[in-house]
Unconditional design. Structure first.
Length: 87
């Protein structure tokens, strides 16, 4: 005898608990923080007026010399004075 085939039966579904997946979408935002500053350069020029009062002074030192011949040099034995000059 041929096998008899029963109609396919469907059981209640077996549902597993859902698995949680997290997908993160990240958006980067740049927020500029501006901290302004200002530099003022002050160039100071000081003028020093120097007053000079030059004064010169001269000194003259004078020296006078004389030679006085109060006689004639001693020439023992006629030492050949005639050959010498200046006496």
């Amino acid at each position: 005898m041929p096998a008899q085939t029963s109609p396919t039966q469907y059981a209640s579904p077996q549902v597993s608990p859902s698995r949680q997946y997290v997908q993160r979408n990240i958006t980067n935002t740049v927020v500029p923080h501006i901290h302004p500053s200002h530099l003022t350069t002050v160039n100071q020029h000081y003028i020093n007026n120097q007053h000079y009062f030059p004064h010169t002074e001269s000194v003259i030192n004078e020296c006078f010399e004389t030679n006085t011949m109060c006689g004639t040099p001693f020439r023992p034995n006629g030492c050949g004075c005639s050959k010498r000059r200046g006496w």
